[in-house]
Design a protein around this ligand. Structure first.
Ligand code: NAP
Length: 335
């Protein structure tokens, strides 16, 4: 026994820790990202802004896209623009006019049609959404209802049609568009932030349900992005909201699209952009699904601070349970 203790020098311990850290790091970075090559990606809101940029990136990678939005002309323009930009086969882009608030029957018919030529949907990207800002007293109840209906219920409806198909096939990726205003409440966004917070809850719960079926959920939380949607939103922003958003600049839609796709490929739950975004997702991580060792360490560290011994034990159990991809729960269900 004494010989064993003699061997455990400080240097030895440091080397062991370094080896473990390196092994974890290597395992994390050597994870094979998903590929969209030859895959069908369905993009709601695909005729404008971030949705169009995402479709362009998927086409560049050799995927097939279906663009879904309300305006037929906007869809045709988007298709022509992507073909011109990427020199792709025009048949790799299909367009479907419709509203995310259409009935489930109508949405099912559209999804059926999209899968006839392009094959099963591998990734669903829900970008259709918009923001109207304003002080609480200046926003009408109808503003709240309309935004909730497109940003939240629209995403729920389209996912309701697509997710069961993914579950049957045992693969898929669901991307939902939240916002930095869905991580922290910001002046002027009582309505918009509420819709994006709702999406976060939906995304967290859905992620836990579908993970055993090899389906990942990514919640994109971009900052202000240069899109037609932002131009419209800026017209409604109170002075205070402008001051807050001016402090963090505006990103090109292509940057947001690339980052979102990279995170979706790595099956990361929270996707964001830049240093500020990283800080925000870190401090607002709550008990979000853990998709990396880094997130596990952050969540554990953050939650241990002010907890008594008992709740710390409970917390550790919950974190480890989520980390285990809820396989325990799932295997119990199977028995
Ligand atoms: N831009 C930003 O600064 C920013 C920041 C954070 C989060 N986001 C979120 O990112 C997403 C995309 O934003 P964006 O700025 O790219 O928007 P955008 O430029 O306004 O484009 C929105 C797209 O969605 C479609 N759309 C709108 N309502 C729809 C509906 N009811 N049914 C089907 N399609 C609909 C639009 O086409 P039609 O009008 O023809 O239907 C268009 O193709 C939104 O969810 C937004 O909240 C944006």
């Amino acid at each position: 026994m004494k010989i064993v203790f003699d061997l455990i020098t400080t240097e030895f311990v440091i080397w062991v820790i370094a080896a473990i850290v390196l092994a974890i790091w290597t395992a994390y970075y050597l994870r094979k990202p998903l590929s969209f090559h030859d895959k069908h990606v369905f993009v709601t809101g695909g005729s404008g802004g971030i949705g169009k940029a995402i479709a362009t990136e998927v086409i560049k990678e050799g995927g097939r896209v279906s663009l879904f939005a309300r305006g037929q002309y906007g869809l045709e323009d988007a298709k022509n623009e992507i073909v011109l930009k990427t020199n792709c086969n025009p048949n790799s882009i299909q367009i479907f006019p419709g509203d995310v608030n259409d009935s489930l029957g109508t949405l099912t018919k559209i999804i059926d049609d999209s899968e006839k030529n392009h094959g099963p949907i591998f990734m669903l990207v829900n970008t259709a959404g918009y923001a109207v800002a304003g002080r609480f007293e200046d926003l009408s109840v109808d503003n709240f209802k309309a935004m909730m209906s497109v940003n939240f219920m629209g995403t729920v409806s389209v996912s309701k049609v697509v997710v069961p198909r993914m579950k049957n096939r045992g693969e898929g990726v669901v991307v939902l568009f939240g916002s930095q205003a869905g991580l922290t409440g910001i002046f002027g966004y009582t309505a918009y932030a509420a819709t994006k917070f709702a999406l976060r809850g939906f995304a967290e719960a859905l992620s836990m349900e579908v993970k055993p079926y090899n389906i990942s959920v990514t919640l994109a939380c971009p900052p202000d992005t240069d899109t037609p949607g932002l131009i419209m939103e800026n017209k409604t922003k109170p002075k205070e909201t402008c001051l807050i958003s001016d402090s963090s600049g505006v990103l090109p839609a292509q940057d947001v699209a690339k980052q979102t796709l990279e995170d979706a490929k790595m099956k990361r739950f929270l996707s964001t952009n830049g240093f500020e975004g990283k800080i925000l997702t870190t401090v607002c991580c709550g008990m979000a699904p853990i998709t990396s060792y880094f997130e596990l360490a952050i969540q554990k560290g953050m939650k241990s601070k002010d907890l008594d011994k008992e709740s710390r034990k409970y917390n550790l159990t919950k974190v480890s349970w989520k980390w285990n991809d809820n396989t325990i729960c799932h295997s119990k269900m199977k028995v």
